[in-house]
Design a binder for this molecule. Structure first.
Ligand code: FE
Length: 423
């Protein structure tokens, strides 16, 4: 079974990554940043976690306001470094852990948390700034991450209480994962700072110290505070401190503080803490009961004939192909696809099998492979056939045979106006 080896809290200011890239280790102004991370490096070396559950927020880099969510769980196989305006930092991509992420998604959903899922998105300084200083990566990262992006930028944002409760549910989720994984929970962000408006430059070191003290001893009190109270005490951007409550919620009621440093060089305090469990955590249900409960919603669906739920497993496996087909909503991509799909297959990095399935329009095999039906109907529209043709093909019937099973015979497609449909 997976175990939680402890929790890390860390600021995620871009200064940290900048200090590393600019090799400021021996500059007295910058040296305290590195000193603060040394115990974290040491602890990670000793504990050797296989996975870091990495709680951070994106800074309008990979997550935009066309679709903004509260808790976005990274379910993908790999995460690259994002370009935030001047080219991405020279860091290798870090592996994800789709198996653990899937399990956490199932467990948290059963506990009534509404998650979003993401993959194929690069991560910005919220993740890679602290990660690059705490984990060695010259010869590749020593383990994987499961990122959780918390939407703290567009109000209303999740409450502190919600974050704390999510941490509690997260602990149970991780500890019920059947593989022997060592998992550390890393929370990033804060502490008190504000970067916008006339209040830009606001800091509050006494509040930071009080926050750290309460986080260690009485986190429930921090869970009671409103976002406005966080903003008043710690600056509006400092309200991202609520993300630390997810980490704290995943640890035992009493924790052992192994390390804590605080350095306020410019706009944002650079803080690191390490906690380990220091009291037992009572479970309200046995492992077996818990497993049955979290699997309940989809239990039995696998035995339905000819049915392929679009699970995270299928989504991750067929992500490249689904993304390719999704581009068919763009007129220019459609035009190029119809003219000659081969260069597009190449550019998208599709496998030989994936290319073959699309070339042969093997609708049934595409579904079995992991393409969602609603992309098949787009492909059908582009190549000029109707939904009914696709339904018939998936059943292994001719159009006429399938039409005989319908009350009336009608043909339609999502092609929109001006579509030339084959009869
Ligand atoms: Fe931030």
């Amino acid at each position: 079974m997976a175990t939680i080896v402890g929790g890390i809290g860390s600021s995620h200011t871009p200064t940290i990554g900048f200090a590393l890239d600019a090799r400021k280790q021996s500059d007295p102004v910058w040296a305290p940043i590195f000193a603060g991370f040394e115990p974290v490096q040491r602890w990670l070396r000793e504990k050797q976690p296989d996975v870091l559950f990495f709680i951070y927020n994106d800074h309008v880099t990979s997550f935009f306001f066309d679709h903004y969510s509260h808790f976005a769980l990274g379910v993908g196989e790999e995460y690259a470094v994002a370009d935030e305006g001047g080219g991405p930092r020279q860091l290798p991509p870090v592996k994800g852990h789709p198996g653990l992420a899937r399990h956490i998604a199932t467990a948290l959903t059963a506990d009534d948390f509404d998650l979003a899922y993401f993959q194929g998105k690069p991560l910005d300084h919220g993740c890679f700034s602290p990660l690059s200083v705490m984990w060695p990566h010259e010869a590749g990262w020593p383990g994987a991450i499961v990122p959780l992006q918390v939407g703290v930028l567009e109000f209303p944002i999740p409450t502190a209480r919600r974050c704390f409760r999510l941490g509690r549910a997260l602990r149970r989720a991780i500890e019920s994962y059947p593989e022997n994984l060592r998992v550390a929970i890393v929370a990033t962000g804060g502490l008190a700072h504000q970067v916008h408006g006339e209040r830009a430059g606001f800091n509050n070191t006494p509040w930071d110290k009080e926050f750290l003290d309460l986080l260690e001893r009485e986190p429930e009190r921090l869970a009671e505070l409103t976002i406005a109270q966080y903003a008043e005490r710690g600056g509006l951007e400092g309200a991202e401190m609520i993300m630390w409550l997810i980490m704290r919620g995943a640890l035992s009621a009493r924790v052992k503080k192994l390390h804590s440093t605080y350095y306020l060089p410019s706009m944002t305090p650079i803080v690191t803490v390490i906690y380990e469990d220091d009291s037992p955590v009572a479970a309200h249900e046995t492992d077996a009961e818990y497993r049955v409960r979290i699997e309940r919603e989809l239990a039995g669906v696998e035995s339905l004939p000819g049915t392929y739920p679009f699970t995270l497993e299928r989504s991750v496996k067929a992500y490249r192909l689904n993304r390719f087909l999704h581009q068919l909503i763009e007129p220019e991509f459609r035009r190029r696809f119809l003219a000659d799909p081969e260069p597009l297959f190449e550019a998208a990095g599709l496998t030989a099998q994936e290319r073959d399935l699309v070339r042969r329009r093997d609708w049934r095999a595409l579904i079995r492979y992991g393409v969602i039906f609603f992309l098949l109907e787009k492909l059908a529209a582009v190549v000029g056939i109707t939904n009914l043709h696709v339904y018939a093909a998936m059943r292994g019937e001719t159009l006429e045979e399938f039409q005989r099973t319908r009350n009336v015979q009608m043909l339609y497609s999502v092609a929109g106006q001006g579509a030339q449909l084959k009869q």
